[in-house]
Design a protein around this ligand. Structure first.
Ligand code: ADP
Ligand code: ZN
Ligand code: MG
Length: 652
């Protein structure tokens, strides 16, 4: 069963918001600084020397003042006659004495009035202190502005390149730390922890691996929906191994300018090599590890490709014994470039699914440590009521419950607090998340139970391995079928039974709920495609006879190739009508088969639905138990190889 709408998968965490662009008034800073400095320059001569401004006298005024006995001192500068002095009332004056006139006559005149005369050498300069003050006052604004400018630019590193010709500013985009997180902090996910424990061991004893000539893991890709604790697990690996943790968000590499991201990748790995053994963690690797465009394609992203290529060559470049392990996380593995997944790169993948009931309980317990719970709080019940919640949702739930209690001024959390918190998160988080309403959960259980029962009831269909109503990606639930043997040839009975298994989800909805739903859209599309190939390509229609119109390979234009009604159709209009009729007949027959089977085993259907609602994930053997059938065994097909991929066929 799949979701109807296909919203873009939400990112792990909100994409880091770009730093705010520098304010526009920044560009006025320089002119302002210059004006200010000029202003100060002109203002300074007046302030120099301090005290009240001296009176400016003309030479004749000076003479008359001398004669009137109002001058007490005068100091004459040697060559240019600039003079200053003090009146008898204590205030200062300046004047210029014409050099030609500064002869003995003037001196006599001054002496007669008892004026103290000093002669100074020219270029009398203000004291050193005053000079320094001048310079500080003039340069100060410039220094201030420069400091201010740099602060602003740092906030907008990368974006303002070019504004001042600062190209390729290499801001560090990664954080280095030594996390204290341990596996204890990650509740549940024992399988994932076991898988990744190998990395911890390698980081602790890289030389042991080197001596044994073993190649240690280089890259581990963690795949799972947002909030399932991928980042947490990566930090726990670093914490357990007691090594530095260099983390970066994939989108942090990708810049507007080609080459910047690649330079950053180089920096990151240079730093990691310096600190080895170390963990490099690339969060949201899909932001840079998306499929590279085909050569010559329009709209390729040069910068991202260069960054990705650099990452790949860095991963190839370091010696396996260096002690650097690259961990990466993504919630969209399907968009990753296949080159990233090749051996020697992220060759190990750890799937981190949404937590199961037991894991949800463990996570809740973990996040209720240090919170006082009322006696009526049953975390098992809370876990049961929160299918589809991720670890982050559950952490949030525990916190919301505590907030509710705090608002009511209580220090113990009650069951009602948890209920209210859950409802709030349910309402708030449904958009774009996997959280299901109870009625939806029931519909998903009915749908998947239908797939599972019909698969188990038909002898040729692949046996049921697992049924789950835990959402994963776009799928709201899934029925996994494991073929007993790897088949190279499919008989008509197998194909027909596969069709009825595919249609059984919808059949169960019709049987048990009285109406279909949007959840069957994907099933219907797949069944219709299979039925179409049975008729057109495999010659399985008596009405059409032994003809085959093979699927014309990859289409030039998406959606045009081989589709009924397409322009390149190799058969007549009337044949198309015949094919359509036959496809619809096959599908109807398959659906009838499923409906009949489910109607006869109505009791089993209801029991399986209840079991699914209770446990969420049900093992295939439980399905056969409910039906009272023996579970198909491998040895029924002697000498057969077991199917290599567990996810081979899924009833969706
Ligand atoms: P992801 O990187 O997968 O999106 P995070 O690692 O950022 O998820 O998880 C977000 C938060 O959810 C964590 O900080 C932690 O509080 C909580 N959380 C998620 N999974 C677990 C878990 N298994 N045990 C305890 N807490 C968890
Ligand atoms: Zn389905
Ligand atoms: Mg994360």
């Amino acid at each position: 069963m799949t979701k109807q709408a296909t919203p873009p998968p939400p990112h792990d965490r909100p994409a880091p918001t770009a730093p705010p662009p520098p304010p526009a008034w920044r560009h006025w800073l320089w002119p302002m600084a210059i004006l200010l400095a000029l202003g100060l320059w002109f203002a300074l001569p007046q302030t120099r020397g301090g005290g009240a401004a001296p009176t400016d006298l003309t030479y004749s005024q000076f003479l008359s003042d001398v004669d009137a006995g109002r001058i007490s001192t005068v100091s004459i500068e040697g060559s240019n006659g600039r003079s200053s002095g003090r009146f008898t009332d204590g205030s200062d004056y300046t004047t210029v004495i014409p050099v030609q006139l500064a002869g003995p006559a003037l001196l006599d005149r001054l002496a007669a009035k008892h004026v103290a005369v000093t002669a100074t050498a020219p270029s009398s300069s203000p004291s050193v202190g005053v000079q320094i003050l001048d310079w500080v006052l003039i340069l100060g604004p410039f220094l201030l502005i420069i400091w201010f400018w740099r602060r602003l630019s740092r906030g907008a590193s990368g974006q303002m390149q070019g504004a001042l010709g600062v190209s390729k500013a290499r801001a560090r985009v990664f954080d280095t730390e030594r996390p204290q997180t341990t596996f204890e902090d990650v509740a549940g996910y024992e399988g994932a922890k076991e898988e990744i424990a190998e990395v911890v061991d390698f980081l602790r004893h890289p030389d042991r691996y080197r001596r044994a000539g073993a190649t240690a893991p280089r890259g581990v890709l963690m795949v799972g929906p947002p909030g399932t604790g991928k980042t947490l697990l990566a930090r726990a690996v670093a914490g357990e191994a007691e090594v530095p943790f260099l983390s970066v968000v994939g989108s942090g590499f990708v810049e507007m300018f080609v080459g910047v991201g690649a330079a950053r990748v180089r920096d990151l790995f240079a730093e990691a090599r310096k600190r080895a053994p170390a963990i490099v963690f690339v969060d949201e690797v899909d932001a840079l590890g998306g499929r590279r465009a085909a050569p010559g394609a329009i709209g390729g992203n040069d910068e991202r490709e260069q960054t990705l290529n650099q990452l790949l060559s860095e991963m190839d470049g370091f010696e396996p014994t260096t002690g650097i392990v690259v961990l990466a996380a993504t919630n969209r593995p399907e968009v990753l470039d296949p080159a990233l997944l090749r051996p020697g790169r992220f060759d190990r993948q750890i799937v981190i699914p949404l937590p199961t009931l037991a894991e949800r309980r463990a996570i809740l317990t973990r996040h209720c440590l240090g919170k006082r719970l009322d006696l009526d709080v049953d975390l098992e019940r809370v876990a049961r009521a929160t299918p589809g919640f991720s670890g982050a949702d559950l952490a949030n739930l525990a916190n919301e419950a505590a907030i509710t209690a705090a608002r009511a001024d209580r220090d113990t959390l009650t069951a009602t607090d948890f209920d209210q918190a859950r409802d709030r998160i349910l309402l708030g988080r449904r958009e774009g998340s996997n959280v299901l309403l109870p009625a939806e959960k029931r519909a998903v259980a009915v749908h998947e139970a239908g797939h599972a029962l019909v698969a188990a009831l038909q002898p040729q269909a692949d046996p049921v391995a697992k049924v789950t109503i835990l959402p994963a990606g776009q799928a709201l639930g899934a029925t996994e079928q494991l073929p007993l043997v790897e088949r190279h040839l499919h008989g008509e009975d197998y194909l027909r039974q596969t069709l009825s298994v595919q249609l059984a989800g919808r059949a169960a909805e019709l049987t048990a709920l009285g109406q279909g739903s949007t959840g069957a859209a994907n099933d219907l599309a797949r069944a219709t495609e299979l039925a179409g190939r049975m008729i057109r390509e495999f010659g399985l229609s008596p009405a059409l006879g032994p003809v085959g119109y093979p699927h014309p390979g990859p289409a030039f234009l998406p959606g045009s190739g081989g589709l009924p009604g397409g322009a390149g159709r190799p058969y007549a209009e009337s044949t198309q009508a015949l094919i359509d009729g036959e496809v619809s007949r096959l599908l109807r027959e398959a659906e009838q088969q499923a409906v009949d089977l489910l109607a006869t085993h109505r009791g089993s259907l209801d029991r399986l639905v209840e079991l699914l609602l209770e446990d969420e994930t049900v093992d295939g053997s439980a399905v056969y138990d409910i039906l009272g059938l023996p579970r198909p065994e491998q040895d029924q097909a002697p000498g057969a190889t077991v199917a290599p991929h567990p996810r081979a066929a899924s009833g969706g």
